[in-house]
Design a protein around this ligand. Structure first.
Ligand SMILES: *Cc1c(COP(=O)(O)O)cnc(C)c1O
Length: 452
């Protein structure tokens, strides 16, 4: 029994190359082999259970091996596993598009499927430019995005992102893009509210739009929460101002809700908190409840109409992915939306979010925690070297790894982003499990910040 984990790890390291990983790290840091999932928990090959505090990279909503989603997938597999979506149609793709149109912000009436978040971002970027080209403004080729933003790993998505760790190596390959200082509330001055900070920082966006609107197709943002950028958060006021300014300057607004969608920030979509509709919304991650790769981009009828013409006009959006609208993935998404429709998920999450805030209380006064912040079902604590001056720990010290290791010993899968510890659990997490997150994070931060 005891050798089962080790044996799988050895075979893994012989053949696999893991995502977003310096493989040499695994000389020191053990892989976690997982055999089974149930609810918010994962079981290794030797029978130990781990609480999934990161929702398996922010995708899981209603637990691993959720009975309702499992059943819906099994039904679909026996009916139709896949079919080309160009020229063909199927019930799951149609029903899912209908339901996404009905639950997303007003005005988004068309659904284009892709098979992961990055490719959804590529579609929104390409389609925005292509729209302007089709209506006689082919010079609109640039994009504006926020400092510290993340929109995926493919070259177009990487070009509009701003996380140096992922981007700088590939800079020579990337299209030029316009990055403006963002409304990240972590950088506000003392005594300034989140809303005031958002308004103050908007001057940079306004200036960029004034200077570049003519050559600019779209502004792309992660509404309210920059996940990969270290769980940084900002006030909805920024989105209100941005919607108005994009309209005034004739530039599209792309909302990348790949991580924020489906209840993560406390509302079904983060844009709802600013009461705005973007021109494009990108959805993935929670879309299938964390089961299968699927993404969708929704846009309005005005955009659709600009592509709708005789074939020989060559205005069509000739973009595809092999697994576009996969029926099994659509079925998982439909089962996920059923859970939202039948249970008061958003209301229950409000209570869970309060428990998360309570569990994080002891972290606030920790001498090496600079800030504890939260939006909905995401809570983050920022470790700093010197709290008085908010001096960060040098990134090379990798103090987050101590927390990762400690959490594993305590039966929790917690993966700090650099020196930011965060919880982004499945919505089915219980009060006791939330309390466990609090304990383990506090112990982990103690260990991680002990000298040297
Ligand atoms: C994860 C993520 C993406 C990329 O999605 P993938 O499915 O990993 O390609 C894009 N934008 C945001 C905000 C994300 O969190």
């Amino acid at each position: 029994m005891h050798e089962r984990n080790a044996a799988l790890i050895q075979r893994d390291l012989n053949v696999l190359w893991h995502p977003c990983t310096q493989m040499k790290d695994h000389e020191q840091i053990p892989l976690l082999p997982v055999e089974q999932g149930r609810g918010a928990w994962l079981k290794d090959l030797e029978g130990r259970w781990y609480l999934d505090a990161v929702s398996s990279w922010w995708v899981n909503l209603f637990g691993h091996c959720n009975p309702q989603i499992n059943a819906r997938i099994k039904e679909q597999v026996d009916q139709l596993e896949h079919v080309i979506l160009a020229g063909c149609s199927h019930e799951p793709a149609v029903e899912l598009a209908e339901r996404l149109v009905s639950i997303t912000p007003q005005g988004l009436t068309r659904c284009f499927y892709t098979d992961n978040g990055s490719s959804a971002v590529e579609v929104a970027l390409k389609m925005s430019h292509h729209y302007w080209r089709n209506i006689g403004k082919p010079h609109k080729t640039k994009y504006i995005s926020l400092a510290n933003s993340y929109h995926g790993e493919t070259l177009g998505a990487l070009a509009v992102g701003d996380v140096a760790l992922f981007k700088s190596t590939y800079e020579p390959l990337l299209m030029e893009s316009i990055t403006v200082p963002g409304p990240d509330s972590f950088h506000r001055d003392e005594g300034v509210s989140w809303a005031e900070h958002a308004e103050q920082m908007f001057v940079h966006m306004e200036a960029a739009l004034e200077n570049h609107a003519e050559e600019c197709a779209a502004v792309i943002v992660e509404p309210l929460l920059q996940c990969a950028g270290g769980m940084r958060m900002y006030h909805p006021r920024y989105l209100e101002l941005l919607r108005e300014a994009c309209d005034r300057h004739g530039v599209h607004l792309i909302a990348d809700e790949i991580a924020t969608g489906f209840g993560r920030t406390g509302t079904m979509f983060a844009c709802e908190q600013a009461n705005i509709s973007p021109d494009f919304i990108c959805l993935s991650k929670g879309l299938t409840g964390g089961y299968l790769p699927l993404a969708a981009v929704l846009m309005g009828e005005d955009i659709y109409a600009a592509f709708y013409d005789d074939f020989t006009k060559l205005t069509a959006f000739l973009h595809s992915h092999s697994y576009t609208g996969n029926p099994i993935a659509c079925a998982a998404a439909l089962a996920t939306l059923d859970i939202f429709a039948n249970d008061d998920v958003i209301g229950q999450n409000r209570q869970t979010a309060e428990l998360m805030a309570e569990a994080a209380q002891p972290l606030i006064d920790h001498p090496h925690v600079g800030e504890v912040r939260q939006v909905g079902m995401v809570l983050a604590a920022e470790m700093v070297k010197d709290k008085a001056h908010m001096t960060p720990f040098p990134w090379q010290e990798r103090r987050g790894l101590h927390i990762f290791r400690h959490a594993l010993e305590r039966g929790v899968l917690m993966r700090p982003l650099g020196h930011t510890v965060y919880w982004m659990p499945p919505y089915v997490i219980s009060p006791d499990e939330v309390a466990l997150l609090g304990e383990v994070a506090a112990e982990g931060i103690d260990k991680a910040t002990r000298n040297p």
